[in-house]
Design a protein around this ligand. Structure first.
Ligand code: AMP
Length: 420
């Protein structure tokens, strides 16, 4: 029988590379945890209707990329293609917005699924860390999220990323612009699908990557010229707060992003070392989403950063994360009795909070020492029959190579002392 392989467009995270993924998730979430964001976890699937309404019927995500299924009970479900709709659904369901403490600030981390054409940096299963701040309209909140993402990327050592910023207007000014844009677009030479898009979500036509489309778009009405005074003032304040925080950004009036729910502040993080899949993260304000999924008016803002692409960005920049060894002590028993005794020492070490591992399977000294080296442990404990007869174990400092005999009863305490 041939062996199984991971499904197309997916890959497994295995050691040692998986450690980098954990570190990236940790680094992205750390600034959020330090800024009042609480952890939320939602199911990997939802009723398909939530995404149809919450992400947008006209988006590629909903029309082409969702993994949908009908359960034996007849429910229509979809594997989650993104986090915002689910998190908002969960916050509403738990009445978090009624506790009186707005904004409700939440962060999450998990797997997302999109039936996309796989290529470098684009997978059918990928992972994001995200943040949502629900129920408050305040330019400082938009700025906070962008600043925290910037801080996260910088803490990882990334430098070649850029922040693109735009405002998409609100329910006052966006419809006026939308109509002006539709009038302009209807006169262009475009294919059927794009023509349909003009009627459903004309802003997304601006995002079309094809050169012949882009060429026709010169002279298209600009959203900037249609922003109402309130939106303009709001956007200026976000920009001023970012500038004051020393966070560099680029105004990008073409930035619309592939989801329907954004209003006002919209942003994307791009990395210049990634080729065509250059977006490492993105987000923005979604003031109308709560009402779209049946909730009250709750102006909100959020982002999601892609973990997979952040790891690729680190590799592209040649950044090696300083990952501490996971094991501090490695025990190498020589013989049956030593196995029992050292296994006891390892158990004792672990119970006192010292990370320890053991040479299982009764291998010889040479092979076991190789494993000890590979583990990255600072110390090894070696014991054979003669050591045990003398009531000692050999404690070897793997950095200096120095080896000392330590009374067996004191081994754990001695290691605790040396490891501080
Ligand atoms: P989006 O929800 O499309 O704004 O995506 C937010 C971030 O998730 C992107 O910037 C990517 O880093 C990541 N992402 C989205 N789709 C994929 C995918 N198919 N494969 C890998 N990462 C993705």
């Amino acid at each position: 029988m041939s062996t199984f392989q991971a499904p197309k467009g997916t890959y497994d995270l295995t050691p040692p590379r998986s450690a980098t993924f954990l570190a990236v998730r940790e680094a992205i979430s750390a600034p959020l945890r330090d800024s009042g964001y609480g952890y939320i976890e939602t199911p990997g699937f939802e009723n398909v209707e939530l995404f149809a309404r919450g992400v947008g019927e006209s988006t590629d995500i909903v029309t082409k990329e969702m993994y949908t299924l009908t359960t034996k009970g007849g429910d229509q479900l979809a594997l989650r293609p993104e986090g915002t709709a689910s998190v908002l659904r969960a916050a509403l369901e738990a009445n978090l917005h009624k506790a009186g403490n707005l904004p409700v600030k939440l962060w999450y981390s998990g797997s997302y699924y999109r039936y996309e054409r796989p290529q470098a940096g684009r997978y059918r299963h990928f992972s994001q860390v995200g943040a949502e701040a629900i129920g408050t309209e305040d330019p400082a909140l938009d700025a906070e999220l962008i600043i925290l993402a910037d801080q996260a990327y910088r803490s990882l050592g990334l430098r070649q990323f850029r922040i693109l910023l735009n405002s998409l207007g609100d329910k006052e000014c966006r419809p006026v612009y939308r109509e002006a844009l539709q009038t302009f677009l209807r006169d262009l030479d475009l294919d059927e699908e794009t023509r349909r898009r003009i009627e459903i979500n004309p802003l997304r036509v601006l995002d079309d990557k094809r050169a012949d489309v882009q060429k026709q778009l010169t002279g298209a009405p600009k959203l900037r010229d249609y922003l109402c005074d309130a939106c303009k003032a709001y956007h200026e304040e976000v920009r001023a707060l970012l500038a004051a925080a020393g966070v560099a950004f680029e105004d990008d009036e073409k930035l619309v992003r592939g989801l329907d729910y954004y209003t006002r502040t919209t942003f994307e993080f791009v990395h210049d070392g990634l080729g065509s899949q250059s977006a490492v993260g993105g987000g923005g304000r979604y003031d109308g989403l709560s009402e779209m999924i049946g909730g009250p008016e709750l102006p909100s803002v959020g982002w999601a950063l892609g973990v997979d692409r952040t790891v690729l960005a680190l590799e592209a920049e040649g950044v090696e994360l300083d990952l501490p060894a996971t094991t501090s002590v490695y025990a190498v028993p020589l013989g049956e009795e030593a196995r029992r005794v050292l296994f006891g020492v390892v158990t004792e070490l672990r119970r006192t909070g010292i990370a320890a591992d053991f040479a299982f399977g009764g291998r010889g000294l040479k092979g076991a020492m190789k494993s000890a080296n590979r583990s990255g442990a600072r110390y090894t404990l070696v014991a054979g029959e003669r050591d045990l007869a003398e009531g000692v174990v050999q404690l070897k400092d793997m950095e200096s190579g120095e080896q000392t005999a330590v009374p067996l009863a004191e081994a754990a305490a001695e290691l605790a002392k040396r490891l501080g």
